[in-house]
Design a protein around this ligand. Structure first.
Ligand SMILES: [Cu+2]
Length: 112
């Protein structure tokens, strides 16, 4: 009787540890505001696996996130009050601009 109680306690402890191992840590996140035709901050340093969220804080103007290197890709238009997210899994330097406003410039620097 006593032995089976010890066994049951041990079993609960082991399954608790397994649950902890199974749940991957939530990805880190970072925020960039878009305001006054600027990405704020314009340069952001993050670790691989981080989710970056751009939020348009303008009153009227819509923007986009147009990556120019290492690969070209563009977000949909981000209207005032809207957000757009991208996760960066590979280390590197990701330069981007705004489709409609090429004078806007930003960089995401991703490290290991
Ligand atoms: Cu823009």
């Amino acid at each position: 009787m006593r032995l089976s109680l010890v066994f049951a306690v041990a079993l609960v402890a082991v399954s608790g540890a397994a649950l902890t191992l199974a749940s991957a840590p939530a990805p880190e996140s970072a925020e960039i505001a878009i305001l006054d035709y600027k990405y704020q901050p314009a340069t952001l340093k993050i670790k691989a696996g981080t989710v970056v969220r751009w939020t348009n804080k303008e009153k009227r103007v819509s923007h986009s996130i147009l990556f120019t290197s290492p690969a070209a890709s563009e977000s949909e238009r981000i209207f005032p009050g809207e957000s757009w997210e991208r996760r960066f899994d590979k280390p590197g330097r990701y330069a981007y601009t705004c489709g409609p406003h090429p004078e806007m410039q930003g960089v995401i620097e991703v490290s290991e």
